[in-house]
Design a protein around this ligand. Structure first.
Ligand code: ADP
Ligand code: UDP
Length: 237
């Protein structure tokens, strides 16, 4: 499939049209950002590592029946995906307390959450992705009741699969963000699953292995992303 003109350049990925309107090319760039784009950097090999990491996870989810946008790898840094009508609501699951949850509710980082929590955020950089509830999504037309129900059930299906996959590889999947969209009437998992959008701790030492290494200047960001992938079985060659 041919990569035609750029449709959108986000903070970390660029989206291109193809000759078939049902599909897009997503390019994973080396750009990284945190705190709503305030902290920015280019990290060598990040695009390639996240593209291959995401492909591995999306394939594993698809094998277990999760509808995903990923079609195939196009190059080291590009994937062909289904063109989704994105739903501007981010779904966050938390297995362990960390990040904004701790700040908002005064919870100790590391508290195991049983059952895991499920939160919705509006995807809007200008408003700093505010937390919303289902009624906001319905009243303002950001998602339908059917879409919300599907997004929640798919997010927990993903959690059951990935929590075990990470635990079996000696890691704790602390929390993560998913984005969904519609493709031919079906709610489909879009965007990416990579250490950029989740928190992963080493199960034995508690060491942070995700984007918090960039946020908190812990160093070796991409080395850790690659270590997470290698433990899961991602082929980075
Ligand atoms: P951001 O927009 O948050 O800066 P990115 O740099 O990751 O994020 O840009 C990727 C953009 O592509 C996001 O806005 C995301 O919602 C969108 N996107 C992801 N997957 C698809 C898809 N399959 N179809 C259409 N848009 C998508
Ligand atoms: N997250 C993300 N993009 C966002 C917001 C959150 O990928 O725009 C991820 C984040 O990496 C973490 C989880 O969602 O794994 C929960 O994030 P949180 O609400 O704790 O916010 P943060 O502490 O990252 O500001």
């Amino acid at each position: 499939m041919q990569k035609l003109e750029e449709l959108y350049a986000g903070k970390a990925k660029s989206v291109y049209r193809t000759e078939d309107s049902r599909f897009l090319v997503i390019e994973f760039r080396n750009d990284t950002s945190a705190f709503d784009g305030v902290k920015k950097a280019k990290l060598d090999r990040k695009g390639e590592v996240n593209n291959k990491f995401n492909a591995f996870i999306m394939r594993r989810l698809a094998e277990q029946g999760v509808p995903v946008h990923f079609v195939e790898l196009k190059s080291a840094t590009e994937s062909i995906v289904k063109s989704l009508n994105m739903i501007p609501v981010e779904c966050v699951v938390r297995n362990v307390a960390a990040g904004s949850l701790c700040k908002r509710l005064g919870i100790q980082e590391g508290l195991e959450l049983n059952p895991p929590t499920f939160e919705l955020f509006l995807k809007n950089d200008d408003l700093h992705d505010p937390m919303i509830n289902e009624y906001h999504a319905l009243s303002f037309g950001w998602a339908t009741a059917e879409q919300l129900a599907k997004m929640e059930s798919l997010t927990f299906q993903v959690n059951a699969i990935l929590k075990k996959m990470f635990a079996d590889a000696g890691m704790t999947l602390v929390d993560y963000k998913l984005e969904f969209g519609e493709f031919e009437g079906e709610v489909v998992l879009g965007d990416e699953f990579s250490p950029d959008g989740c928190r992963i701790w080493d199960a034995a030492t508690g060491e942070k292995m995700d984007k918090d290494r960039f946020r908190q200047d812990l160093g070796n960001v991409i080395e850790y992303y690659q270590e997470v992938g290698m433990r899961l079985g991602v082929d980075f060659n």
